[in-house]
Ligand binder design. Structure first.
Ligand code: PMV
Length: 361
């Protein structure tokens, strides 16, 4: 699909009012997206596990206005008006207006809530933009009932990308790939696709425990981090490496090669943070407890032969990845050994999920 496929249809009989609700999950990248050009076109392809428990639920109520000049909206976060989120949503809606021409006809009330702490390094913008995009697509579907499911989900992912790049990977389930890759049929810079190759069942139920090392605001936002990949001395090699890693991941995912998976995923995480540390200006998002946790994971893996590994987002938190069959012993390890490095001892048990769902009002 191209940009033209996402232009709006000719709507008739706009409803006076209505309400839609979607719940969209967060995602955790295995091969990381870091570096982009306008607007959220990735410098390299990426792939992520879609999560399950970490999610945003968003309702959009819409009511027709008398004037058709521009859209308007109110925003509630966890039940309270949230003025400081509004500029981001305003920019997003302005950006996607040409793809959803009904926007200007309505006043929207957007109510959103997360199952996890905001700005904890868990991609709240990913699940948030995905949930909002799905709500808006749901309204478009009411105006154009013939729209098929593949266009519906591809356009939802396309819109979500315009809100926050990695959000385009939070629509569908299990494994989602985003960014043009010569060897991945159907791959696109414009939206995420369900990973089209064989995946061993071990990865369909993989667990991810998010160790909340630092729940505060990040020192450097990912927007700034992406920018710093321009003129970065290692950027070109990094972008090539991400593409090769997607090739390398194919047999690993097909065969359930956990050893190969661990090497690739941990290397991707550390490379992402190495890019941050070698930017100009340089910065570091890992905290001492991030390092303590990583060392303890390595030690535990060596001593017990349990296939646990870590990955990192653009933050200090650690995602501990492991097969569901090792759940019990790994969760004991977390409780007994890793929890002491988490802020207030907090962590969230999550696992690979099926993608966003519609909630009936
Ligand atoms: O979608 P953004 O702009 O917040 O960037 C997210 C980038 C990483 O989380 C660090 C990697 C990724 O691919 O999700």
């Amino acid at each position: 699909m191209t940009e033209n496929d996402f232009l709006p249809g000719d709507y008739q009989n706009l409803p006076e009012k209505g309400k839609v609700t979607w719940k969209a999950p967060s995602n955790i990248a295995l091969v990381k997206y870091w570096g982009k050009r306008p607007v959220q076109i990735p410098a390299n392809p990426s792939i992520s596990f879609t999560l399950d428990a970490c999610a945003t639920t968003t309702s959009v109520s819409f009511e027709k206005k008398n004037t058709k000049e521009s859209f308007s909206f109110d925003l509630f976060f966890e039940g309270k008006p949230k003025e400081d989120f509004k500029p981001k949503i305003q920019t997003f809606l302005e950006r996607i207006e040409i793809y959803l021409s009904f926007l200007k006809e309505y006043h929207f009330t957007i109510e959103t809530s997360n199952s996890f702490p905001h700005s904890s390094g868990i991609a709240s913008s990913a699940s948030g933009m995905a949930a909002l995009s799905l709500c808006l697509m749901d309204i478009e579907k009411q105006l154009n009932p013939k729209m098929d499911a593949s266009l519906f989900f591809a356009k939802a992912s396309y819109l979500a990308r315009l809100g926050s790049g990695s959000a385009c990977r939070s629509i569908k389930g299990n494994l989602v790939q985003w960014g043009k890759h010569l060897n991945i049929p159907g791959s696109s810079d414009l939206y995420g696709i369900e990973y089209p190759f064989e995946v061993n069942p071990v990865f369909e139920t993989y667990c991810d425990t998010i160790l909340l090392v630092h729940k505060g605001q990040k020192q450097v936002s990912s927007t700034v981090g992406h920018q710093l990949m321009h003129n970065h001395p290692y950027a070109e090699n990094r972008f090539k490496q991400a593409s090769s890693n997607l090739d390398n991941l194919k047999p690993i995912l097909a065969n359930g090669d956990l050893e190969g998976f661990i090497k690739l995923v941990e290397s991707e995480a550390l490379t992402l943070h190495a890019m941050m540390m070698t930017s100009m200006p340089y910065f570091m998002l890992m905290k001492p407890d991030t390092m303590e946790i990583i060392n303890k994971i390595w030690q535990y893996r060596e001593e017990t032969n349990t296939p646990v590994c870590f990955t990192l987002d653009a933050g200090a938190n650690v995602h501990l990845l492991y097969p569901a069959s090792d759940k019990e012993k790994v969760r004991d390890f977390i409780k007994d050994t890793l929890a002491e490095h988490c802020e207030n001892g907090q962590y969230i048990h999550d696992q690979v999920g099926e993608g966003a769902i519609k909630i009936n009002n």
